[in-house]
Design a binder for this molecule. Structure first.
Ligand code: BGC
Length: 730
C-alpha cells in the first residue's frame, strides 16, 4: 500500500496511461482490418474455394433471407448481412420481415437525406456522415450498408430524388467518395446504387432506358466511376430497369465491360431486390449476388442464382468457374472488411452521431430567398411566432420506402423553434392543411392559420412534400417515396392557397419547404419574403433549422439541382421523354440535364444550380488562371464583406469556346467551400486537370481534349458568375 498521497497519484496516472497504451494496442490488433495485399487475399480465397462444394458456393451467391446470403459454417465463412441505407441503418426487419421489434434496439441516427448532404458541398462532411453510418452498421451487426444512392436527378418528379446527390456528375463524384471512405474505414462495406439510369420510379422494374454513349459517359457514369476508382467501394447494386435492352443487374456492357473491366471493380455486384430475371445472363454478365425476398420461408432455392445453377453445372451446361468467380468476389469483400477478423464494435445513436447529423443539416439547408434580410430573426425584437404547416410537427424518418430509419428522436421544426425561442416569445401552432390522399385546401384550417399569423410578429410555414399520406406506410406511398413518382410539381394538399392567404395576412412570413427537390412556387414566390429549402433534415433537423432561423448558424447550403419555375421547363420533359411508354424511354435530353440545359438553352430557372444565400456577403477578387499542359490552376481571393462569419462555396465552371461537338454553356469542374470570419479573406487555389476540359466524342467513342481557348468562371451559383478569365490551354 502506498502511503504518500502524491506518489499514489503519480503511480495511478502512470498505470492509467499504461493501461490506455495496452488497450489501444490490443484493440488496434483485434480490430485491424486485413492488411494483407490482394495477392495474399486471393491465395487464401482460392484455398477456401477449393474446399467448397458446389452447393456451398451457390448458397453464397443468392439471398437466404431478405437481407442475408449464406456462409459456409464448416469453413468458418459467416453469412453476409446487409441493411438499407442510405441515410441511416434501417429499422430491423429480421429474417424475412419477421421480427419482434420490441426486443430489438434498432434506434439509429436519422441522418439528413442524401440530397441534403450533397447541398453541403462539403466532402469532409460526407466522410463524417459515412463514419456515422459505418459505426452504426457495426453496432447493428451488419456488414454492408446499402448506400449511397447516386442516381442523377433528371426530373423533379422522381420519387427517390431525396435519397440522391443532385444533377451534376462532378458534385456527385466528389461527395460520394467521402461517404464511401467514411463507411468503409469502419470495416464495413458501402454499396453504391442503383447502377444505372434508375432515374425514376415509374416502371422501374421494366423500363428500357436508351441514351447516347456521350450522355452515359458524361452524365450518368462519373459518380459510379469515382465510387469505384477513388472511393474503392466494395459493392455496387444493379438497378431494376433495363439499359439498351438488357436488365442492368445482368447487363454485359454496364457490368462486365465498364464496371469490372474498365473501372477495375473487384467487389460484389449485387442485384437490387428481385432484379434478376435470367439465370444465364446473371451467370455470364457479372451478377455476383442475387438479392430479394421470398415471403414464404425457404423458397430461396428457387432464385435464379440457386438450384438452377447447380443443375446447369451438374449437366455440364455451365462451367463451375463462373460460380467460383462470384464467390471469389464475395470472399474478397469479406477479407477486405472485418469478416474474418473481429468486428469493430461501432456505436448506435451516440450524441456525437447526432451532432454530425445536425452539422450536415446546418450546412445542407439552403436559404433560397431572403428579401430585406428578414432573416435571421431577431430574438429580442420578436414577441410572437405563428408556426403553421404539417411538416412542422411531422416525423419523416420512417417514411419513403427502403430508406426508412427508426430513430431515437427526431426534432421537428416546431420542437426546434420552441426550444430556441426565449421565454419572452410566444409560439403558436396551426396545421393549416391536412395530409391525406387527394386532400384539397381546407378553408377552416386556412382561416385559423391566418388568424394566428395576423396576431404574430412572424409567421413560419413549414410545408412542401412529404413521404407518404400515412406517416409510416410503405404501400401508401406519395410524393417522396420509393416505387412511385410525383404526379406533378404542384404543392399538394392546398398549400398554395394557404401560403397565399398567410403572406397576405403577415408579410413577415418565412416559408420552409421539406422534400426531395423542386416544387412549383410560382403562385406565391414573388410575394414571399423568405424561403428555405430544408430537404428532410434528419434527427436534428428541427434544431438545425431553428439555429438558422435565429442566426446562430449562418446558412451555407447550395442547391445540388436546378429548381425550374414550371415542370414543363425541365429538360427531361422538354427534350427528353418521361416516363417513357412503359417499355422504352429515350433520354433525348442527352447531356443537357439540369443547368446544362437551362444555361445552354437560355431558360430562366426559379433557383439556379449552386444557388444558396448567406447572412453575410462575399467578394471575389484577383482571379488568375495559369495554364498548364492540358490543365490549369485557378487562383482567387474570397473576402467575407459582411458582419457575420460564414461559408461560401466557390464554384468553378468551364466552357470550351469553340468545340467540334456542341458542348454545354458551362460545366462544374471544381469547387471549394471556405469558412471566413467577417472581414477575413483567403486566397484559394483550384486545380483543373485534363478531365476538366475533355468531353466524350461519341463519333469516335473517346474522351477528347481539344487544345484551344476556354472560359473559366468563378461563381457563387451557375447563374451568379463573379469573375471570368479566358485562357488558352494546349
Ligand atoms: C431498393 C433498394 C434497397 C432494396 C433493399 C429495393 O427496393 O430499390 O434501394 O436497397 O430494396 O431494401
Amino acid at each position: 500500500m502506498i502511503k504518500d498521497k502524491n506518489l499514489k497519484q503519480a503511480v495511478l496516472k502512470v498505470s492509467v496511461v499504461l493501461l490506455m497504451i495496452v488497450y489501444s494496442a490490443v484493440t488496434k490488433t483485434a480490430f485491424a482490418q486485413s492488411t494483407d495485399n490482394d495477392a495474399l487475399i486471393y491465395r487464401k480465397i482460392d484455398l477456401k474455394i477449393k474446399q467448397m462444394t458446389l452447393e456451398e458456393k451457390v448458397g453464397m451467391i443468392h439471398a437466404n433471407s431478405s437481407f442475408t446470403s449464406a456462409g459456409v459454417k464448416r469453413l468458418n465463412i459467416p453469412e453476409l448481412v446487409m441493411s438499407d441505407g442510405p441515410h441511416g441503418v434501417r429499422l430491423e426487419h429480421g429474417r424475412d420481415w419477421k421480427t419482434d421489434n420490441d426486443n430489438v434496439n434498432d434506434s439509429a441516427t436519422y441522418l439528413p437525406v442524401g440530397v441534403c448532404l450533397a447541398s453541403t458541398w462539403n466532402p469532409q462532411l460526407g466522410y463524417a456522415y459515412g463514419s456515422v453510418l459505418g459505426s452504426e452498421t457495426n453496432a447493428r451487426g451488419k456488414d454492408i450498408i446499402l448506400g449511397p444512392g447516386i442516381n442523377i436527378i433528371r426530373t423533379p418528379l422522381n420519387g427517390r430524388n431525396f435519397e440522391y446527390q443532385g444533377e451534376d456528375p462532378y458534385l456527385v463524384s466528389k461527395m460520394v467518395v467521402g461517404y464511401i471512405k467514411g463507411v468503409q474505414d469502419q470495416g464495413v462495406a458501402a454499396c453504391v446504387k442503383h447502377y444505372l439510369a434508375n432515374n425514376q420510379e415509374i416502371d422501374r422494374g421494366r423500363i428500357n432506358v436508351l441514351m447516347s454513349e456521350r450522355a452515359l459517359r458524361e452524365i450518368y457514369l462519373p459518380g459510379f466511376k469515382a465510387a469505384v476508382k477513388e472511393g474503392g467501394v466494395y459493392s455496387v447494386m444493379g438497378a431494376y430497369n433495363k439499359f439498351r435492352g438488357q436488365f442492368c443487374t445482368h447487363n454485359d456492357y454496364l457490368v462486365n465491360k465498364i464496371l469490372k473491366k474498365e473501372f477495375g471493380f473487384k467487389g460484389i455486384l449485387m442485384s437490387d431486390w428481385s432484379a434478376v430475371h435470367n439465370t444465364m445472363e446473371a451467370l455470364w454478365n457479372g451478377t455476383d449476388l442475387e438479392m430479394g425476398t421470398f415471403f414464404s420461408n425457404n423458397s430461396y432455392h428457387k432464385f435464379f442464382l440457386a438450384d438452377t445453377v447447380i443443375a446447369l453445372v451438374r449437366k455440364g451446361l455451365v462451367d463451375e468457374k463462373l460460380v467460383d468467380e462470384k464467390v471469389r468476389r464475395i470472399l474478397y469483400v469479406m477479407y477486405k472488411t472485418h469478416k474474418f477478423d473481429k468486428r469493430q464494435p461501432g456505436a448506435l445513436s451516440t450524441s456525437q452521431h447526432f451532432e454530425t447529423a445536425r452539422k450536415v443539416a446546418e450546412e445542407g439547408i439552403v436559404l433560397l430567398k431572403n428579401s430585406n434580410n428578414i432573416l435571421p430573426l431577431n430574438k429580442s425584437a420578436i414577441k410572437s411566432i405563428a408556426v403553421i404547416g404539417v411538416n412542422a410537427v411531422r416525423h419523416q424518418s420512417e417514411g419513403g420506402g427502403s430508406s426508412q430509419v427508426r430513430t431515437r428522436y427526431e426534432i421537428t421544426p416546431l420542437d426546434g423553434i420552441r426550444k430556441l425561442s426565449s421565454d419572452a416569445i410566444t409560439v403558436t401552432y396551426n396545421s393549416g392543411y391536412e395530409i391525406a390522399k387527394n386532400a384539397k385546401a381546407s378553408q377552416s384550417l386556412i382561416d385559423s392559420a391566418v388568424a394566428a399569423a395576423k396576431k404574430a410578429d412572424v409567421a413560419i410555414i413549414v410545408g412542401g412534400w412529404t413521404h407518404g399520406y400515412n406517416n409510416y406506410a410503405w404501400s401508401d406511398n406519395a410524393y417522396d417515396a420509393e416505387g412511385t413518382d410525383k404526379p406533378d410539381m404542384n404543392m399538394p394538399f392546398g398549400q398554395d392557397e394557404l401560403i397565399e392567404a398567410v403572406i397576405k395576412a403577415n408579410p413577415h412570413t418565412v416559408v420552409i419547404l421539406m422534400g426531395g427537390g423542386a416544387i412549383d412556387m410560382m403562385k406565391w414566390i414573388d410575394n414571399t419574403a423568405a424561403v428555405i429549402q430544408a430537404w428532410y433534415p434528419g434527427s436534428e433537423g428541427g434544431n438545425a433549422l431553428a439555429r438558422i432561423l435565429f442566426g446562430e448558424v449562418n446558412p451555407s447550403g447550395k442547391l445540388p439541382m436546378t429548381f425550374p419555375k414550371h415542370l414543363n421547363e425541365s429538360p427531361a420533359h422538354v427534350l427528353g421523354e418521361y416516363p417513357g411508354d412503359s417499355i422504352t424511354e429515350h433520354y433525348n435530353d442527352d447531356i443537357y440535364v439540369g443547368y446544362r440545359y437551362f444555361d445552354t438553352y437560355k431558360v430562366e430557372p426559379l433557383f439556379a444550380f449552386g444557388h444558396g444565400l448567406s447572412y453575410t456577403t462575399f467578394s471575389y477578387s484577383d482571379m488568375k488562371v495559369v495554364a498548364g499542359s492540358a490543365s490549369a490552376t485557378v487562383y482567387l481571393t474570397i473576402t467575407n464583406t459582411g458582419k457575420m462569419a460564414g461559408a461560401e462555396t466557390v464554384q468553378i465552371y468551364v466552357k470550351e469556346d469553340v468545340s467540334m461537338l456542341r458542348r454545354p454553356e458551362k460545366e462544374l469542374k471544381g469547387f471549394q467551400k471556405i469558412f471566413l470570419k467577417p472581414g477575413e479573406n483567403k486566397r484559394i487555389t483550384i486545380t483543373l486537370n485534363k478531365e476538366a476540359f475533355q468531353y466524350y466524342n461519341d463519333i469516335i467513342n473517346q474522351w477528347v481534349f481539344e487544345p484551344g481557348v476556354f472560359t473559366i468562371m468563378a461563381a457563387s451559383s451557375s447563374r451568379d458568375i463573379r469573375a471570368v478569365k479566358k485562357v488558352e490551354i494546349k
